[in-house]
Design a protein around this ligand. Structure first.
Ligand code: HEC
Length: 159
C-alpha cells in the first residue's frame, strides 16, 4: 500500500487549510455577534465602515457603556463608584465619526446626561437606583434621536 509522495504532502496540507478555514469562520461570527451586542455606530452614520478608525466619541461611548455595566452591579449592592467619571464630561467636545452625527439637539441631551450624572453622585443611598435609571434614560433619549443602534444594549443597563 503506502501513499504516494504527492498524497503524503497533499492530505496534511489540505487538513491544515480546512482547520484554518473553520477557524476564520468562527472568528468572524464571534466578531459579528460582539458587534451586534454593542450595536456599533454604523447605525448612526451613513458609512458602514469608518475608514478613519473609531472616532473619539465612539471610544468615549464604549467606555461609558462598560463603566455603566460595572456601575449597575455596584448600584444593585447599594454602592457607587468612588471617582466621579470626569472623562464623560468630554461628551460635548469629543469628535464623532461624521460631522453630521451630532445634531443641533446633541448638546441639550448631553447636558441632560451630565445633570443626571451629578444628581446620581449627590444622591442619598436610598435613591441610588432611581437616579441610576434616570441616567440610563438620558443615554436612551439621546440615542433615540441620534443613533438607535445601541438602544438595545443601553436598555439592558436599567435595573
Ligand atoms: C448626547 C447624546 C448621547 C448620549 C447622552 C449618549 N450617547 Fe452614546 N452615542 C451618541 C452618538 C452621537 C454616537 C455615535 C458616535 C459616532 O458615530 O462617532 C454614540 C455611540 C454609542 C455607542 C456605539 C459606540 C461604537 O461606535 O462602538 C454606544 C455603545 C453608546 N453610544 C452607548 C451609550 C451609553 C451606554 C450612554 C449612557 C451611559 C450613551 N451612549 C449616552 C450619542 C449619545
Amino acid at each position: 500500500m503506502g501513499l504516494s509522495l504527492r498524497n503524503k504532502f497533499f492530505i496534511p496540507t489540505f487538513l491544515l487549510f480546512f482547520v484554518f478555514f473553520l477557524e476564520q469562520c468562527s472568528n468572524k461570527s464571534e466578531q459579528q455577534s460582539a458587534e451586534k451586542i454593542v450595536g456599533d455606530s454604523a447605525s448612526c452614520t451613513k458609512k458602514p465602515v469608518n475608514p478613519n478608525g473609531d472616532s473619539e466619541l465612539s471610544v468615549l461611548m464604549r467606555t461609558m457603556l462598560h463603566s455603566s455595566e460595572s456601575m449597575k452591579e455596584l448600584i444593585k449592592k447599594g454602592d457607587l463608584p468612588k471617582e466621579f467619571p470626569e472623562a464623560f464630561l468630554k461628551i460635548h467636545s469629543a469628535k464623532p465619526t461624521d460631522s453630521e452625527t451630532k445634531k443641533a439637539s446633541f448638546d441639550g441631551f448631553a447636558n441632560n446626561y451630565i445633570d443626571n450624572l451629578h444628581a446620581l453622585y449627590n444622591s442619598p443611598k436610598a435613591d441610588l437606583t432611581k437616579h441610576y435609571n434616570a441616567l440610563i434614560t438620558a443615554c436612551a433619549n439621546c440615542h433615540t434621536d441620534h443613533c438607535p443602534g445601541p438602544l438595545k444594549a443601553i436598555n439592558k443597563l436599567k435595573i
